[in-house]
Design a protein around this ligand. Structure first.
Ligand code: PHE
Length: 370
């Protein structure tokens, strides 16, 4: 329907006017009867009452303007009645009707037999959970918690940890190096840290002894991914420096920590090892938690499983710390450090055989930890 369908009025006597307005009413009613939704109602409202294009406007400009002066009053009256009719009766009634039509539609759309929307509860990732568990074992012993940057300088990651430039020990911890840094001195060049040990040095530079700190964090290595290796993994570092700290303290601390993590039946043993930043160094093994030490496939029949690295802080490391904190004098203080892989510990605790499960984001795996 367009505004063109408003005819011109030629006769202005009462009868002709009544007839003309009755026709308008019929037209409006016909369209109104077809209205079945709130959208259609709005379209109807616009087509009749719209400010610019509305048909009522058109009636006013065609009929009222063309009317001879003596007919204007009669025409105006009927015009107002018609407008009133449109506004009150029609719109009001239609509004009611479209509301109930919408409600009927909505009622149809609600199928109470469908399952509801279930909101899953979030849970800590098993790595995060294991990391906090390790940290709280040491927090209970009076250790504080520290963090450091994942993008680290060559100095903190290697040099100050007693891996001199060009030393073959660096090859055991190959990593990604930030590009285009050739103009910088080696010690300032940035890389993705290969262990959390650089935070040992950052801590000592900021605080004089005594220090007892654990450092959880993410580390990176150029390792091929397999069932037990991932190029990105997590560690918890530990550092304790004070007067008269001995290897016995180290043994007692880690033996306690392993029992706290794996149960009091677990035994520990210390095997000679090498790290540039500790002397002596050791690998800590725990009695196999799967067979109780009898020997099984998991422990390759040995009854023992290697779990972490540790040792007494090398005096060469204290020498680097002394550049900022003279109190790290190896004649007066001593200390131990340790570093453990969080994934490895989580895999043992939860009996997981594929490290990749931690990173795959598979809900079937993750929901085991809710
Ligand atoms: N930083 C060593 C590693 O990542 C672990 C370690 C930490 C060993 C502290 C000894 C002392 O392999």
């Amino acid at each position: 329907m367009t505004n063109d369908s408003i005819p011109n009025l030629t006769a202005f006597d009462d009868e002709s006017l009544d007839k003309a307005f009755a026709e308008l009413r019929d037209q409006a009613k016909a369209v109104a009867d077809a209205v079945d939704s709130s959208e259609a109602l709005e379209a109807f409202r616009l087509s009749w009452l719209g400010r610019k294009q509305g048909r009522l406007n058109e009636v006013s400009s065609r009929w009222l303007k063309a009317a001879p002066p003596e007919a204007k009053k009669a025409l105006g009256q009927r015009f107002n009645e018609f407008k009133q009719f449109l506004l009150t009766e029609l719109l009001l009634e239609l509004d009611q009707r479209s509301k109930s039509a919408d409600a009927a539609l909505k009622a149809q759309a609600l199928d109470i037999t469908l399952p509801g929307t279930r909101r899953l509860l979030g849970a800590e990732h098993p790595i995060t959970r294991t990391m906090s568990e390790i940290v709280s074992v040491f927090a209970a012993l009076g250790y504080s918690v520290g963090v450091g940057p994942e993008v680290e300088t060559d100095y903190y990651n290697f040099e100050s940890m007693n891996f001199p430039p060009g030393h073959p020990a660096r090859d055991t911890q190959d990593t990604l190096v930030i590009a285009s840094q050739e103009r910088k001195p080696l010690r300032d060049r940035l890389l993705l840290r290969t262990h959390t040990s650089p935070v040992q040095m950052r801590t000592m530079e900021l605080e004089p002894p005594p220090v007892r700190i654990v450092i959880p964090g993410k580390v990176h290595r150029n390792d091929a991914a397999d069932a037990t290796h991932s190029p990105i993994f997590h560690q918890v570092e530990g550092l304790c420096v004070d007067t008269h700290i001995t290897f016995s303290h180290l043994k007692g601390t880690l033996d306690h920590a392993m029992k706290a993590l794996f149960g009091s039946a677990v035994k520990t043993r210390f095997f000679p090892s090498f790290f540039p930043f500790t002397e002596p160094s050791a690998d800590v093994q725990i009695s196999c938690i799967f067979c109780g030490g009898k020997g099984c496939r998991k422990c390759k029949q040995s009854g023992w499983i290697e779990l972490l690295g540790c040792g007494m802080v090398d005096p060469a490391v204290f020498a680097f710390a002394r550049e900022k904190q003279p109190a790290y004098d190896p004649k007066k203080i001593s200390g131990f450090a340790f570093g453990m892989g969080v994934e490895r510990i989580a895999m043992m605790k939860y009996g997981i055989s594929e490290i990749g499960q931690f990173y795959a984001g598979d809900m079937r795996f993750l929901s085991l930890f809710v």
